[in-house]
Design a protein around this ligand. Structure first.
Ligand code: NAD
Ligand code: UFG
Length: 337
């Protein structure tokens, strides 16, 4: 495994993973249509790592563009991050989500098959579990997404399973991320959402830096210790390293395997507010509003399988997640332009 195609490599998780790949001496080619990212991210990736990468501004749906990239490089594997990821938006615009994520992935897989690239790491999500029957959630739990975004992830997982049946030379690692947060420890690169953030931590950070007046907490009447929702927040640098562990696993073959990437520990919204106040030294004004439609009370991972088979484990704790997020947010209050 030497040359890797990273789709969506200009995005939040893709850019942080590309840093780790370059530091580990992989050759990286990034494909991104920049629909939710900036080329400045890739400039910073190169500055931080001290290495160069090749970049193509291209859309997954543009088959001729994909073919010319596969013609120009001999890839050993693909890490497939590219996709749309806003849950609420996917409910409003299901066709756009299915087309971009599923048709886009099908186009990619078809070009991979044509050029005999049969190893892939796919960005799946804990959202494939929907509302789990019990926590911690392991990989054997029922799969029943509750929104179109989640369905796109499950459909792509299934397509890769079927492809392996049709051609056993295909190997795929399906990484089911829990809640990625934080930023690169340098403070130079982090999440830079366009418009109002959908997720808790970027929203909290924008309140702390004065871009937004207050946080709205979506419900404090859940069946959790303090009534607010509980999630498994994982530092994005730990998550990035999980992709390198997945590439090592792919090298051994193994067909299609799913892994949870989480810490195994859940924190409530209130605990996150307190931790971020401590890290930033800022008070976070908040008010409690109605539950957000589609939210669940509690979700956190059983990460045992990733530890056992990928030899990977999250190392960074809550304080580091908050300190790194705050370093990035306070240095670049407007994110990447
Ligand atoms: P992101 O939006 O920052 O990155 C995705 C990148 O893909 C963006 O740079 C975007 O421009 C690009 N892209 C989208 N559609 C494309 C297309 N058709 N062609 C080419 N490029 C395209 O998101 P992220 O948080 O870095 O997420 C990366 C992956 O991880 C996504 O697949 C997402 O669904 C998945 N994931 C994210 C989370 C999370 O909370 N951030 C949780 C679970 C899974
Ligand atoms: N929350 C608030 N206020 C906000 C935003 C969120 O109270 O402004 C609460 C939510 O109700 C929830 C918790 O904070 O209890 C976390 O919400 P996020 O939106 O940050 O994360 P979710 O768990 O809802 O979903 C995220 C991604 C999904 C991904 C999933 C994986 O958005 O794409 O994690 O677990 F699939």
């Amino acid at each position: 495994m030497k040359t890797i195609l990273v789709t969506g490599g200009a995005g939040y998780i893709g850019s942080l993973t590309t840093i780790e790949l370059l530091i580990a001496n992989y050759e990286v080619v990034v494909l991104d249509n920049l629909s939710n990212s900036s080329p400045e991210a890739l400039r910073r990736v190169q500055n931080i790592s001290g290495e160069e990468l090749a970049f193509y501004k291209a859309d997954l749906l543009d088959r001729p563009a994909l073919e010319s990239i596969f013609k120009a490089h001999k890839f050993d594997a693909v890490i497939h991050f590219a996709g749309l990821k806003a849950v609420g938006e996917s409910v409003q615009e299901p066709v756009r989500y299915y087309h971009n994520n599923v048709t886009g992935s099908l186009t990619l897989f078809s070009v991979m098959a044509e050029y005999e690239v049969r190893n892939i790491v796919f960005s799946s999500s804990a959202t494939v579990y929907g509302d789990p029957d019990s926590v911690p959630v392991n990989e054997e739990a029922s799969l029943r997404p509750t929104n179109p975004y989640g369905w796109t992830k499950l459909m792509i997982e299934q397509i890769l399973r079927d492809q392996h049946v049709a051609d056993p030379d295909w190997n795929a690692i399906l990484l089911r991320y829990f809640n990625p947060v934080g930023a690169h420890p340098s403070g130079e690169l982090g999440e830079s959402p366009r418009g109002a953030p959908n997720n808790l931590m970027p929203y909290l950070a924008q309140v702390a830096v004065g871009r937004r007046p207050n946080l709205q907490i979506y419900g404090n009447d859940y069946d959790t210790p303090d009534g607010t929702g509980v999630r498994d927040y994982i530092h994005v640098s730990d998550l990035a390293k999980g992709h390198l562990a997945a590439l090592r696993r792919l090298k051994q073959g193994g067909g299609v395997e799913a892994f949870n990437l989480g810490t195994g520990r859940g924190y409530s919204v209130m605990e996150m507010v307190k931790a971020f106040e401590k890290a930033s030294g800022k008070e976070i004004p908040y008010n409690v509003v109605a539950r957000r439609s589609g939210d669940i009370a509690t979700s956190f991972a059983d990460p045992t399988k990733a530890h056992r088979d990928l030899n990977w484990e999250a190392e960074k704790g809550l304080d580091e997640m908050c300190v790194d997020l705050w370093r990035w947010q306070s240095k670049y209050p407007e994110g990447l332009q």
